[in-house]
Design a protein. Structure first.
Length: 93
């Protein structure tokens, strides 16, 4: 199946579900259609490509907050870093 067909299926899915076409909903529907077609899309892997790089404590926090997308992960990490005191921040560098 080509990427064009996946896009067509995504549009049909959104029309049939009657959802408002937001970027997040489109991305979610696209990833579902790509997975159904057996096509692996890097952007659809979510945070799975980053979790092996995290320490256990951070990974547990990510799971606790149910972070799913890369954008959510970035917001989470920025928030976490902004709450660190200087001695904790120096450990990250």
């Amino acid at each position: 199946m080509t990427i064009n067909q996946i896009v067509r299926n995504t549009v049909e899915r959104l029309k049939s579900e009657g959802k408002v076409w937001t970027p997040d909903l489109y991305a979610e529907a696209f990833c579902l259609e790509a997975k159904k077609a057996g096509v692996k899309v890097e952007d659809c892997q979510g945070i799975d490509r980053y979790t092996p790089l995290m320490d256990k404590k951070t990974l547990d926090e990510v799971k606790q907050y149910r972070v799913k997308t890369t954008a959510e992960l970035v917001r989470f990490l920025i928030s976490k870093m902004s709450r660190l005191n200087p001695s904790e921040a120096s450990i990250l560098v």
